[in-house]
Design a protein. Structure first.
Length: 555
């Protein structure tokens, strides 16, 4: 059933009724952890701790009960005051118990759509859907919690609308949650004349709406059940490889050295208090490795018409969908202990992800051989704009000039412009790796000798450029070139280039970025991809959208 539309034409829907229970237990768990930590800090000996707990257990239970009552009560009020609505062009969210808020996110500005399932939510079959929107900190909209299947259906609908398609409603559309009894008029809602889109592809057996041509006079339609677009799995990271990569990471070796040092210090001084002083370091290092393992466990990537789909997580699972053309920059890195198996890590910048505080969202491939790393790169940038991309990438990943500053080029052709030999005075180790290359589609920056790094920025995703020169760099005639991307794990730059080369690159790259943005595809990447009869139009993918192909063969 559905509620009548409000004055703005929106139908407001509530979250799942179990949401207050899931939200409330989070507060209770934090309170229990805090109480346990305070109790341990007050008692030094086990006997004192046992006596204290024996005498205060009823007070602890009373305090926990009071906190639980407040937490669950507030969560129930917050659920009662929270609702969401989907319009033709945007998603609206209203919430707040004391201070009411209503926010909206434009679908053509959506950078990614994630489905998150914490441990407790998984037990109830619930999920939280998050829209990452370009707009700075706090611009994301989280809709949670919904039933898992409803969250996936809503994601498919939002991706279809963001793509610029519209759908015919299904005969009986199941909504994600019951609509509110009294919808309100939204002050932030804007009249929209964009078409209502559909899923880009579906199984022939599924009762899914079919895409039709957009019509400016078509009235707004309620949210219809939309089948997910089909996907093709590209690569999977086995748990054994992930564990081996963590064993080969510098973090675990630093942790082992710290543990050995603490053990030796305790054995020599016979002071157990040293263990307490070293606990923060051990817990911090162990927590980092544990979060890497649980966050990247079961990592798999798939390709679909609505973008790149990533799934990962052990305790908290996350399903990410990055629409075509939303990646701002790509980075391939290799630590010193990964060179034997030739493993690489691929990270990306997507607007809005860094503000969430979870760096696993920026990972496109946690660890994989060079072939899988290049496959991950083809997913987000299928055309590097060069006739021999493999040779270019091979030189970018492992290339290095000789001691005399001469680059041993493949096929007698130097593809990278390297830092001059005089840069060795400010960077004696890595100057032979510092270089850049320019193609018709992207700018490539390589650096680092102990930790190899190759950054790739599509021309149309260049935000701004900068040159940096310290006093010693000015004396040597070198400069650091930097590309300003959206906040994230990728910080594209290359140090100690020849000052004239860096200045020329600055001017030329600014011109290339303006030209590329002028010819970039539409934000709604599927708009115009269907004809009036619903059949696909004979158009090429736009804005970097990858074509279906063999993942082992570069575009």
């Amino acid at each position: 059933m559905s509620a009548p539309a409000s004055g703005d034409g929106l139908v407001w829907r509530r979250l799942h009724p179990v949401t207050p229970f899931v939200r409330g237990w989070t507060v209770v768990a934090v309170a229990l952890a805090f109480a346990g930590q305070q109790t341990l800090d007050q008692f030094d000996q086990a006997a004192d701790l046992a006596g204290a707990v024996g005498g205060l257990w009823w007070k602890v239970l009373l305090g926990v009960g009071a906190i639980a009552a407040v937490a669950f009560g507030y969560a129930a009020l917050a659920w009662r005051m929270t609702a969401y609505a989907v319009g033709d062009d945007d998603v609206h969210m209203r919430k707040g118990v004391v201070f009411r808020q209503q926010r909206h996110a434009r679908l053509d500005r959506v950078q990614a759509i994630d489905i998150r399932q914490p441990v407790l939510a998984r037990l109830f079959g619930l999920a939280e859907l998050t829209l990452e929107v370009a707009g700075g900190s706090g611009s994301a909209i989280a809709i949670g919690f919904l039933r898992d299947e409803d969250a996936r259906s809503l994601r498919a609908e939002l991706l279809a609308r963001a793509a610029g398609l519209r759908t015919r409603p299904a005969a009986s559309a199941a909504t994600a949650a019951a609509p509110t009894a009294a919808p309100t008029s939204g002050g932030d809602a804007e009249p929209a004349d964009a078409p209502i889109p559909a899923a880009q592809a579906s199984s022939p057996a599924a009762q899914a709406p079919s895409p039709v041509a957009p019509s400016p006079d078509a009235p707004a339609q309620p949210l219809a059940e939309t089948a997910e677009a089909p996907e093709r799995e590209v690569y999977v990271v086995p748990p054994g490889r992930l564990i081996a990569s963590l064993v080969r990471s510098p973090g675990i070796w630093v942790l082992l050295v710290a543990l050995i040092g603490v053990a030796v210090a305790v054995a020599v001084t016979r002071e157990p208090s040293i263990l307490a002083s070293a606990a923060p370091v051990v817990i911090g290092g162990g927590g980092y490795l544990f979060s890497r393992f649980t966050g990247e466990f079961g990592f798999r990537a798939a390709l679909s018409p609505d973008g790149i789909r990533l799934r990962h997580g052990l305790l908290e699972t996350r399903a990410q969908t990055i629409p075509p053309g939303r990646v701002q920059a790509v980075s391939l890195t290799q630590g010193p202990l990964w060179r034997g198996p030739d493993w690489w890590r691929v990270q990306v910048n997507v607007a809005g992800y860094l503000q969430e505080g979870n760096r696993s969202q920026n990972v496109l491939l946690p660890v994989g051989p060079r072939e899988e790393a290049l496959t991950a790169l083809w997913l987000v940038l299928p055309d590097l704009g060069t006739p021999d991309p493999l040779a270019l990438l091979d030189e970018g990943l492992t290339g290095m000039v000789g001691p005399e500053g001469v680059a041993p080029a493949r096929d007698g052709q130097a593809r990278f412009t390297n830092a001059p030999r005089r840069a060795r005075w400010v960077d004696p180790i890595s100057w032979r790796r510092d270089a850049f290359a320019v193609t018709d589609r992207a700018l490539l920056l390589r650096r680092g000798r102990l930790v190899r790094r190759l950054d790739i920025v599509p021309h149309e995703r260049t935000q701004s450029l900068a040159l940096e020169q310290g006093p010693l760099q000015r004396r040597l005639g070198v400069a650091t070139f930097a590309v300003h991307s959206t906040p994230g794990a990728v910080v594209p730059s290359v140090p100690h280039l020849d000052a004239h080369d860096a200045a020329r690159l600055l001017g030329e790259q600014a011109a290339r970025a303006r030209e590329a943005r002028a010819h970039a595809g539409p934000e709604r990447w599927m708009q115009g991809a269907v004809r009036d009869d619903g059949a696909p139009a004979d158009v090429a993918p736009t804005d970097g959208a990858p074509e279906p192909r063999d993942p082992d063969v570069p575009a």
